[in-house]
Write a protein that binds this ligand. Structure first.
Ligand code: HOZ
Length: 421
């Protein structure tokens, strides 16, 4: 494909983010020309039912009229000022009104930046250096978090990225997801040194791995006992599982939350927030420095705020979306079981994943036993049939409110035909 060759000539690997190179399923990436509702169209004019949804933010589907209109209007007033605006105040008020425990929020430009900054806040607030992350959780590509990370790091087969000095990860402690005893052991070993525990409340970058009952509650209790902060990385779950994200869905209160793409409705936005007391360490109020010209960009705020307001005023959409997720992923599980295969389908609401493993997946070690060749064959078939799913075993499927039952049923027929052979 000519575009793919051109891309490879001037962009490393031909892509601006590794997973979308489709390397792990052995085909050329699809170059997308446009997207509307639940559908993508590539540059060759082929249409795909979209189960990536820009990795989450298109929860209302692509090209939602109200959001497009807000963006166009905002763009007409200028693209960036590098100055304070009213709309960023409205955005902060909206987020604080929606999420329990968030009294102050700082806008940044990506999820990577949000988590990196939240960790700096945790360290500045606690005056401690060590952090705990979980194997297979992915928190963006900042240096101290590229240890046993999920997402593209997993398919690349590199537990730790090159180019990260050992000193940057020396204070990063790792534990197994869903295993409280490992975290407790770390706290016992370093009772006064751990600034924070950062966790994806639903791990969604090693495939989808839900938290076992009691896991998040246990992290909360350990952090409180040892004076450490609990950070929920809600880049995937925030404003997706419900209007309060994982905080409300699981009823566990972290000290800091981080958001990514979904808070910008598809434009480059991230955010981190927490109590007034903790967030008061952020500059210019406090001594933790973090800044950005594009932070709170007015066009991005217009998109994100419009989507958040739509979501906040239509809580029934979440009920419907989560019900649809239960049904859809349940049907995939039924299809696979009827084909006599042991593969589990993990899901929480509209996030889900079919693991090509011989048994349940509750952590990174189990996720890594997946038959990635078999996954690749399945994913290539889906693409041929016009179903665009994440091109890696170690990512999530996403649904949106724009996916109709009819369209989802068509996808189930396609999946059914594959497993019936
Ligand atoms: N980091 C994303 C998957 N968890 C992929 C980003 C992209 O390729 O757009």
């Amino acid at each position: 494909m000519e575009l793919w060759e051109r891309a490879k000539a001037h962009i490393p690997g031909g892509v601006n983010s590794p997973v979308r190179a489709f390397a792990s399923i052995g085909v050329a990436p699809r170059f997308i020309a446009e997207a509307h509702g639940a559908w993508l169209t590539d540059v060759e004019g082929k249409r795909y039912m979209d189960y990536v949804c820009s990795w989450g933010p298109m929860i209302l589907g692509h090209d939602r009229a109200e959001i497009r209109q807000a963006v166009v209007e905002a763009a007409g007033r200028g693209l960036s000022y590098g100055a304070a605006t009213e709309i960023e105040v409205e955005m902060a008020e909206q987020v604080c009104a929606m999420v329990p425990g968030v009294e102050m929020v700082r806008m940044v430009s990506s999820g990577t930046e949000a988590v990196m900054s939240a960790i700096r806040v945790a360290r500045g607030y606690t005056h401690r250096d060590k952090i705990v992350k979980f194997n297979g959780c992915y928190h963006g590509h900042s240096d101290c978090l590229l240890v046993q990370a999920g997402s593209g790091v997993m398919t690349a087969g590199i537990p730790d990225s090159a180019g990260v000095p050992a000193g940057c990860t020396a204070d990063t402690l790792t534990a197994a997801y869903n295993d409280l005893s490992g975290v407790e052991a770390l706290f016992r070993r370093w009772p006064e040194s751990i600034a924070c525990v950062v966790v994806e409340p639903v791990a969604a970058n090693m495939g989808v791995v839900p938290p076992k009952p009691g896991f998040l509650e246990g992290l909360r209790a350990l952090c409180s006992r040892y004076g450490s902060l609990l950070i929920f990385d809600e880049v995937i779950t925030g404003f997706r599982l419900g209007p309060q994200g994982a905080v409300g869905y699981f009823g566990v209160q972290p000290d800091l939350v981080t958001y990514g793409k979904i808070i910008g409705a598809g434009l480059p936005v991230g955010a981190y927030g927490g109590s007034r007391e903790i967030m008061s360490v952020v500059s210019p109020l406090g001594a933790v420095y973090q800044a950005g010209t594009l932070s709170g960009n007015p066009v991005a705020m217009a998109a994100g705020l419009t989507q958040l307001r739509l979501l906040a005023s239509n809580p029934q959409w979440y009920e419907e979306l989560n019900r649809t997720g239960d049904w859809f992923y349940g049907e995939i599980q039924r299809i696979v079981r009827e084909a006599g295969l042991p593969y589990p389908v993990n899901h929480v609401g509209s996030l889900g994943c079919l693991f090509f493993t011989q048994g349940p997946v509750e952590n990174y070690v189990q996720a890594k036993t997946a038959d990635t060749e078999a996954f690749g064959a399945y994913c290539r078939y889906l693409l041929e049939q016009g179903v665009y799913a994440a091109p890696s075993q170690f990512e999530a499927m996403f649904l949106s409110t724009a996916h109709t039952r009819q369209e989802l049923n068509r996808t189930l027929e396609i999946i059914g035909a594959y497993f019936k052979g």
